[in-house]
Design a protein around this ligand. Structure first.
Ligand SMILES: Cc1cc2nc3c(=O)[nH]c(=O)nc-3n(C[C@H](O)[C@H](O)[C@H](O)COP(=O)(O)O)c2cc1C
Length: 216
């Protein structure tokens, strides 16, 4: 059993990477092999370049554009489950997540009614988003709608998708260095020490559960 785990934050050890890592550990605890990618370590790549190579002949359903994302797409193609984490950047995912998402999903879209997706091998997806805004405030700022769109599209073309949100994250260790009067550093620190560990446990369990369900 193989799970692909993706960190789409440019920071390799912060909130998103930590939660993706926990989900990966959960999957491993149930016997899965996990292949992890930090998208910001992959060199040069882009989103979909609109070549439509994935709609022709033997390449139907397969992105043919070759760059740093190609090996990630190849690994996902043979994976049994997918864990994808992104920080919220300006109300959406990061540019790196979006590049992978475009390439991953568009290769399967057929532009016909039957079949409407080339992907016949659906796999479970866990999408993790971390953000400054708390999960409770997602409806107020419209992030719930943004995430719902990702959930629906991923569910349709990749497989049944669960979303996990970790809001009100600690963004830096020392807030006093920055011109960031909006935040209460003490509250952020307390939340990071009390609630973030519970989120780590929760996402570990989600990773483990993904593999348990696949094993049934
Ligand atoms: C360029 C940029 C844009 C951001 N935009 C938002 C935003 O619109 N809403 C929000 O809640 N947090 C926003 N954040 C905060 C991050 O989503 C949050 O700190 C996240 O947990 C960082 O993840 P990381 O620690 O894995 O890098 C932004 C951060 C950066 C660097």
């Amino acid at each position: 059993m193989k799970i692909v785990a993706i960190n789409a934050s440019p920071r390799r050890k912060w909130n998103t990477a930590t939660l993706v890592g926990e989900a990966a550990e959960g999957a491993k605890s149930e016997g899965a092999e996990v292949v992890t990618f930090n998208l910001y370590d992959l060199g040069v790549y882009s989103g979909c370049v609109s070549c439509f190579g994935c709609k022709i002949g033997n390449n139907k359903g397969k992105c043919v554009h070759k760059d740093g994302l190609s090996k990630v797409l190849d690994e996902i193609r043979t994976a049994d489950g997918l864990i994808m984490g992104s920080p919220n950047y300006l109300g959406d995912v990061t540019a790196a997540f979006r590049a992978l998402y475009e390439r991953l999903v568009f290769q399967y879209i057929t532009y016909s009614n039957d079949p409407w997706s080339y992907n016949e091998r659906h796999i479970p997806v866990l999408m993790i988003m971390t953000s400054n805004i708390s999960e409770e405030r997602y409806p107020e700022v419209g992030y719930d709608v943004v995430l719902e769109k990702y959930k629906q599209t991923l569910s349709a073309h990749i497989g049944p998708t669960d979303i996990m949100i970790s809001g009100d994250t600690l963004q830096v260790n020392d807030y006093s260095k920055y011109d960031w009067g909006y935040f209460d550093p003490e509250k952020k620190k307390i939340r990071h020490e009390t609630e973030f560990p519970a989120e780590r446990k929760k996402v570990f369990e989600l990773g483990a559960e993904m593999v348990r369900r696949l094993s049934k």
